[in-house]
Design a protein around this ligand. Structure first.
Ligand SMILES: C[S@@+](CC[C@H](N)C(=O)[O-])C[C@H]1O[C@@H](n2cnc3c(N)ncnc32)[C@H](O)[C@@H]1O
Length: 411
């Protein structure tokens, strides 16, 4: 058997992305065919469920078998490269457990996002979340190393990515820092793209992106790894940005925004309820992508936890920063909901999900959004709802509108 040749594997990957409708532009195809993914993920973790159902991550490197390793590298898969903020495949002895904190995202997601960025020759791009540097390499190939600035929060990851980019022939601007602040020194940018997910688009990015420029980022995560949307915004002359959710996307959350697992006695967090009532909306609805997305817009920062005690399941939603909770338990065909603290979490979620159901369950791509220095607003636009006789303007149907006031992040 002949060994796989990286150039052939790259062409095969490009073919696969093209057939799948992801890769549409010859210039991006050229980049996929040119950038050697093996330099960016010389080692990585392969995941599989363990006997207890918990995912095990097994280190993979060229030491296993160089042909097998190369073939895996060019699969259209996300390969995790760091767990729990420190564990790398080089330091792990055998299968380990942990929470992924860096990866090389699956090429179809990366390339799909790059296609959506609508870049043209000569543009400069700010990338947040360098990770392995593979997506940075694709950008460098397409637009030139000097036009790319990539920010990575983790110094060790940033250093590795910089070395891999150099090895691939790209001397670009890799910066170690908190990408939520953008990178003012090289601003303004034609395009800003994030490959980590955010609760909101920082106003700093709007400020650092030229009028007419595009910001592309995954928004919505708090406690869910799903139920997030890819936002595409255009920056306006007046310094605000407007756009819509163009599809589903799933990324690991920005470091500072990752939910900290709640420990200890969960029932103690829900000891004092201010209200108790029945609800016919099952919390199981939050297993579905769009209701989960709406829930995260309606109750940003809330964490979802299921607990079983004496074979009775309780679904909790906690907003720890505002000492609020909702606790749901089944009661026949209905659910009993107890809520406490200043934010009535389930009221907000129920009203958003019910309004969305009443509106004919429109797709995530009907969600529009705007970012100003003071606010982050989402709404479901009337002309985009599924059926014309069920259209609502924002004012008529406030449950289809979410306005969050945030202090702007300074630049
Ligand atoms: C999914 S990986 C990036 C994938 C990468 N673009 C690639 O192609 O390999 C997400 C990265 O975002 C980084 N990250 C998380 N929060 C960040 C922040 N606030 N600023 C910059 N980078 C951040 C993580 O450390 C991680 O390396």
């Amino acid at each position: 058997m002949t060994s796989p040749d990286p150039a052939t594997l790259r062409r095969a990957l490009a073919d696969q992305l093209e057939v799948g409708g992801v890769l549409r532009t010859p210039a991006w195809r050229e980049a996929v065919e040119a950038v050697p993914r093996e330099l960016f993920i010389s080692s990585f973790f392969r995941d599989a469920p363990g006997p207890d159902g918990i995912t095990r991550y097994t280190p993979v490197s060229r030491d296993i078998d160089v042909d097998e390793w190369l073939t895996i590298v060019y699969q259209n898969e996300t390969w995790v490269t760091q767990l729990d903020g420190h564990l790398t495949p080089d330091t792990a002895n055998g299968p380990v457990t942990g929470f992924p904190t860096s990866s090389s995202t699956m090429p179809s997601t990366v390339v799909g996002m790059l296609e959506s960025l609508d870049v043209e020759k000569g543009m400069n791009v700010l990338e947040i979340g360098t990770g392995t540097g593979y997506s940075t390499g694709l950008l460098c190939h397409r637009l030139g190393d000097d036009n790319i600035t990539s920010v990575e929060v983790d110094p060790a990851i940033s250093e590795r990515a910089d070395a891999a980019l150099e090895a691939a022939g790209y001397s670009t601007w890799t910066v170690t820092g908190d990408g939520l602040l953008g990178h003012p020194r090289r601003a303004p940018y034609d395009r800003t793209i994030a490959t980590c997910a955010l609760r909101r688009i920082p106003y700093a990015w709007v400020r650092q992106t030229k009028p007419g420029g595009i910001i592309l980022a995954t928004v919505g995560p708090s406690a869910w790894s799903y139920g997030t949307g890819l936002a595409k915004l255009k920056v306006k002359e007046d310094g605000t940005a407007e756009g819509r959710i163009i599809g589903r996307a799933s990324f690991m959350p920005a470091r500072a925004e990752a939910a900290i697992p709640l420990s200890g006695d969960l029932s103690a967090r829900a000891a004092y309820a201010d209200t108790e009532r029945k609800t016919s909306l099952s919390p199981d609805v939050l297993n579905d992508w769009m209701p989960a997305f709406l829930a995260q817009l309606a109750a940003p920062g809330a964490q979802l936890v299921c607990a079983v005690s004496d074979s009775r399941e309780t679904v909790y939603l906690f907003d720890t920063s505002r000492e609020s909770f909702a606790a749901l338990t089944t009661d026949g065909d209905e659910w009993n909901v107890r809520q406490g603290g200043p934010v009535a979490i389930w009221d907000a979620i129920e009203s958003a999900v019910t309004a969305w159901k009443d509106a004919g369950e429109p797709d995530i791509t009907t969600v529009r959004m705007a970012v100003t220095p003071e606010t982050h607003a989402y709404w479901i636009g009337d002309q985009q709802l599924a059926s014309p006789d069920r259209s609502y303007s924002i004012d008529e149907k406030p449950e289809l509108r979410w306005l969050h006031r945030y202090p702007p992040l300074s630049t």
